[in-house]
Design a protein. Structure first.
Length: 234
């Protein structure tokens, strides 16, 4: 991932349309695995909310320590922090299509995103997987994550059941939910994922950062501090 502190480097042509796809699913459902396949085939930039937070947790700051503790307990980090990290990464990337993996995790995440970024997702990919299969995978993934232990996994499942379900229902009502059966082998799951991305409607409502209203651009500037938002409207 690009250095989030570097900020928007001007490499994204002004006026370029941004496409956002949210990828959600329980812990261990295969979000990261499918995202890397989507990146290879469709040229998206993968932004994992969890990876951005893990990176931030390494910083020797009060905020870093707070994030580390919340993640260790399987609890959710404040929406403002995660949306700010996502926005920085979007602006720093120079790409125009993004997979946002592990977000929104709950309604407050969704509302914060709508308030601050407000770019409608093209669609929301939900990877459905049974709890037994997710647990088996997490306990075998060996990524050295300190939240991949039996107690924290249980808490993460509960958070997914209680908090993410309303988000799923919201996007379902809007006709934006695309559900795949994640219980199968990764390549089989990807066959369905591929068909969804191939069908992506390029005529959807897209906005550029430059097209957001002046107040919002000022707000983005305050949130992310160190970038300069260019105005694409000559
Ligand atoms: N469809 C699948 N079948 C079997 N194992 C999988 C599948 N998808 C992912 N895995 C493995 O399960 C673990 C969790 O996958 P990951 O992509 O990290 O899930 P998530 O990001 O949703 O937590 C990893 O070790 C990964 O290699
Ligand atoms: N939107 C998000 C995403 C992750 N997180 C935190 O990050 C942890 C790990 O998220 P992750 O997406 O990397 O986990 P997996 O579902 O990939 O296993 C979560 O359990 C939360 O503590 C969060 O607070 N808010
Ligand atoms: Mg993941």
């Amino acid at each position: 991932m690009a250095d989030a502190n570097k900020g928007y480097d001007g490499s994204m042509p002004p006026g370029k349309k941004l496409k956002i796809v949210f990828v959600i699913g329980g812990p261990g459902s295969g979000k990261g695995t499918q995202c890397s396949k989507i990146v290879n085939q469709f040229g998206f930039t993968h932004l994992s909310a969890g990876d951005l937070l893990r990176q931030e947790a390494k910083s020797n700051t009060e905020q870093g320590t707070m994030i580390k503790n919340l993640m260790h307990e399987g609890k959710l980090v404040s929406s403002e922090i995660i949306v700010r990290l996502l926005l920085k990464a979007i602006l720093a990337s120079g790409n125009d299509k993004f997979l946002i993996d592990g977000f929104p995790r709950h309604e407050e995440n969704r509302r914060a995103y709508e308030k601050i970024v407000n770019i409608d997702p093209e669609f929301v990919l939900l990877i459905d997987c049974s709890r037994e299969e997710m647990e088996r995978r997490i306990l075998h993934r060996n990524q050295g994550r300190d939240d991949d232990n039996v107690d924290t996994i249980r808490r993460r499942f509960e958070v997914f059941q209680e908090s993410t379900l309303p988000v799923i229902q919201h996007y379902e009502k809007m006709g934006k939910l695309r559900r795949v059966d994640g219980n199968r082998q990764p390549d089989m799951v990807f066959e369905d994922v591929k068909a969804i991305f191939a069908q992506m409607n390029t005529q959807g409502r897209n906005v550029t950062i430059a097209q957001t209203n002046p107040f919002k651009r000022w707000f983005l500037h305050l949130c992310c501090g160190c970038f300069d938002v260019q105005d694409g409207r000559n």
